[in-house]
Design a protein around this ligand. Structure first.
Ligand SMILES: NC(=O)c1ccc[n+]([C@@H]2O[C@H](COP(=O)([O-])OP(=O)(O)OC[C@H]3O[C@@H](n4cnc5c(N)ncnc54)[C@H](OP(=O)(O)O)[C@@H]3O)[C@@H](O)[C@H]2O)c1
Length: 266
C-alpha cells in the first residue's frame, strides 16, 4: 500500500509546544506488543498518522522501534511520545536511555511522567526531565493523569509548567473548568482513551454521526479537535485507523458541539 498523500497528513491540526508542532491526532499503541505492534504502527504511519504514543510500561517500545526503522516516513516528520512510570523515580536517565535504545531514536519528542509518583507532583523527576530536554534527548516534557492542584504544586516547586497533560477525556467527562485551567497555564490537554471512555450508543452522538454519515468514533475525535484537545486513539484495524484519522476533515456545528458538551454534565 502506498502512503497517504501529504495533503491528508497536513489536514491534522497541530498544537504548538513552544515551537514544536504536535499533531492533534496521535496513534495509541497500548496494549499491543511484538509483531502486532510493529505491523499496526507501520500501517498507521502509512495511513497518515505522524504521532506515535507509547510508554515504558507498555513494553512495546522495541516493537515500535522496528516500525520506525522500517517506515519510509523520515524521523523529522514523526512525533514520538513515551512515558516514564513512577516506579522509575530515581532512575529517570536510565529509563530514558532504555526507551531511546528500544525505539532506535536519538531523542523523543515528548516524555511524560506517566502518573503522579506516590500521588505527589514528582519534583525530583521533573529536574531530570528538564535536564534531558536541555541535552536534546527529549524535545518537550509533560505529565499524565495530573490534577490542576498537582500541576500547580509542580509549578510552585520548579517554576515550570508541563507542556502537556495526558489524561482520560471524552464527552462523558467533559469538564470545561479543567480544560480552561490547563489552557490558562499553557498546558495542552491530550485525551487518552477517548473512545473507550465514551458511551458510543449515546443517542446524541449517534444522531450527530448519522447526520454526517460518519461513525460515532469519528464524531468523538472531531469533537476533541474542535476544542483544541489532542487525541490519542488506538485501533489495531487499518479501516478503523483510517476512519479515526479522517475525523480531521469532519467539522461539527456549534450546536452539535454544545450538545456533546452537555453529555459531561449528565
Ligand atoms: N497516559 C495514560 O495513562 C494512558 C492510559 C490509557 C491509554 N493511553 C494511550 O491512549 C491510547 C488510546 O487509549 P485506549 O487504547 O485506552 O482507548 P481508545 O483509543 O479510546 O479506544 C480503543 C478501543 O476502541 C476500538 N476502536 C478504535 N477505533 C475504532 C473505530 N473506529 N470503530 C470501532 N472501534 C474502534 C479499539 O478496538 P480495535 O483495536 O480492535 O479496533 C479499542 O478496543 C492508548 O493506546 C495509549 O497509547 C494512555
Amino acid at each position: 500500500m502506498t502512503a497517504r498523500p501529504q495533503s491528508e497528513v497536513d489536514r491534522v491540526p497541530v498544537a504548538d509546544l513552544g515551537g514544536l508542532p504536535m499533531p492533534l491526532i496521535g496513534y495509541g499503541t497500548h496494549p499491543m506488543r511484538g509483531p502486532q505492534a510493529t505491523e499496526a504502527v507501520l500501517a498507521a504511519l502509512e495511513e497518515g498518522y505522524r504521532l506515535v504514543d507509547t510508554a515504558t510500561r507498555y513494553r512495546n517500545e522495541e516493537a515500535i522501534g522496528a516500525a520506525l526503522a522500517q517506515t519510509g516516513v523520515p524521523r523529522e516528520d514523526l512525533f514520538v511520545t513515551t512515558k516514564m512510570p513512577p516506579d522509575r523515580v530515581g532512575l529517570e536517565r536510565r529509563t530514558l536511555e532504555e526507551s531511546l535504545t528500544a525505539l532506535g531514536v536519538d531523542h523523543v519528542d515528548l516524555w511524560l511522567i506517566h502518573w503522579p509518583p506516590g500521588g505527589y507532583p514528582g519534583v525530583t523527576s521533573w529536574g531530570e526531565f528538564a535536564r534531558a530536554r536541555e541535552e536534546g534527548l527529549v524535545r518537550a516534557i509533560g505529565v499524565s493523569n495530573y490534577s490542576i492542584e498537582l500541576i500547580d504544586a509542580l509549578h510552585e516547586a520548579t517554576g515550570q509548567y508541563p507542556a502537556v497533560n495526558q489524561r482520560q477525556w471524552g464527552p462523558g467527562e467533559y469538564a470545561p473548568a479543567f480544560a480552561e485551567a490547563l489552557a490558562a497555564r499553557g498546558v495542552v490537554l491530550s485525551a487518552h482513551s477517548p473512545l473507550r471512555s465514551t458511551d458510543l450508543n449515546d443517542p446524541v452522538l449517534v444522531s450527530i454521526a448519522r447526520a454526517h454519515d460518519r461513525s460515532v468514533q469519528e464524531v468523538v475525535v472531531a469533537w476533541n479537535l474542535h476544542h483544541g484537545v489532542a487525541v490519542t486513539v488506538k485501533s489495531a484495524h487499518r479501516d478503523r485507523m483510517v476512519r479515526n484519522l479522517s475525523a480531521a476533515g469532519l467539522t461539527l456545528s456549534e450546536d452539535e458541539v454544545a450538545a456533546i458538551d452537555q453529555l459531561g454534565a449528565a
